[in-house]
Design a protein around this ligand. Structure first.
Ligand SMILES: NC(=O)c1ccc[n+]([C@@H]2O[C@H](COP(=O)([O-])OP(=O)(O)OC[C@H]3O[C@@H](n4cnc5c(N)ncnc54)[C@H](OP(=O)(O)O)[C@@H]3O)[C@@H](O)[C@H]2O)c1
Length: 296
């Protein structure tokens, strides 16, 4: 039985992955995160660890002897990363380098989650894995640094870039655009959404499936693991309202210029999943199916 260590197991994606693998694999599962287990249940071991503490991380590897490590931990709020640069670099790049080195020492495969925000998103098209990153904000800079460090240190690795992840969150976890739209419209409140930034939103369950496939193959490299619907953030809001039969008139589409977000974001960062379709037989849900699953 393979020992699979999931780092960031308290996070939105990390917990979904842990639960998916509990139900759909025979791996020996170990979850770890910085705080106490957010929702303990049977079937896995939990270790509390700060991945920025190199000694403690080393101890976890000695104890667990992982065959596979999946890192879902990150500081991923762009505004926070912009104003807490040292902390963001420490978690998203330096700690990732430590994990990569430990994976190499322990001969284990490293699966790491990254983001569309490594790209500049200047061109209106679906981007492929071979495009050169050019982040437009500091979060993207740190995540790209993490990607490069893994490629430099690991002989067995896969980087899964995901995009605007949505799904059902646990109490205490951050929400997501679909949940936010549903909450606002259900409360009869208006919501401003950006109409000129395009993404390929990812159902969290599809990431779990994609990551399991990446664990099972020997190939190294970057894989885009996201949805196939190319939508603006405003489209995401309107489609969510349609699927959930909520009041669309409360949605107020505005341009990036009018929205005045604190941190610059790529305009067109939809990702092509052709490589994942071909090599992993990855077939994500449509946006409609994902939202229906989330609220079923
Ligand atoms: N969510 C999205 O829309 C999105 C989009 C693109 C890419 N991504 C990428 O996908 C991955 C998962 O994102 P997510 O939104 O699911 O993450 P998340 O919910 O924010 O969870 C991240 C987890 O990382 C853990 N963590 C942070 N710093 C840590 C540290 N120093 N030591 C140990 N654990 C630490 C936290 O654990 P505690 O709770 O225990 O503190 C947290 O639960 C990230 O790599 C992110 O960059 C996400």
């Amino acid at each position: 039985m393979r020992n699979v260590l999931i780092i960031g197991a308290n996070g939105f994606t990390g917990r979904h992955l842990l639960k998916y693998l509990l139900a759909n694999s025979n791996y020996n599962l170990i979850g770890c995160s910085r705080n106490d287990d957010i929702a303990p249940e049977k079937g896995y071991t939990y270790i509390k660890v700060d991945i920025c503490d190199a000694k403690a991380l080393n101890k976890v590897f000695e104890q667990v002897k992982p065959d596979v490590v999946v890192n879902t931990a990150a500081l991923s709020v762009p505004d926070y990363c912009e104003t807490h640069r040292d902390e963001a670099f420490e978690v998203n790049a330096q700690a990732v380098e430590n994990i990569a080195k430990l994976c190499e020492i322990h001969s284990c495969r490293f699966i790491h989650l990254s983001t569309d925000f490594v790209l500049s998103g200047k061109i209106d098209q679906l981007h492929t894995e071979d495009e050169e990153p050019e982040p437009v904000n500091y979060y993207g800079v740190t995540k790209w640094e993490g990607e490069k460090l893994i490629a430099a240190h690991c002989s067995s690795y896969a980087i899964a870039r995901v995009v605007v992840v949505y799904g059902k969150a646990l109490p205490g976890q951050h929400g997501n655009i679909v949940q936010l739209v549903a909450n606002k419209l259900n409360a009869g409140e208006t919501i401003n959404v950006v109409s000129d930034q395009w993404r390929t939103p990812t159902y969290v369950g599809d990431i779990a499936i994609g990551v399991k496939k990446l664990i099972e193959i020997p190939e190294n490299g970057i894989f885009h693991i996201c949805g196939s619907d190319y939508l603006s953030i405003a489209d995401i809001a309107f489609r969510t309202a349609e699927i959930l039969k909520l009041d669309k008139s409360l949605i107020n589409p505005v341009t990036t210029e009018v929205m005045q977000e604190k941190t610059l974001r790529p305009q067109y960062s939809g990702l092509s999943i052709e490589k994942a379709r071909e090599l992993l037989d990855y077939n994500p849900l449509t946006f409609e199916e994902g939202v229906a699953n989330m609220f079923e």
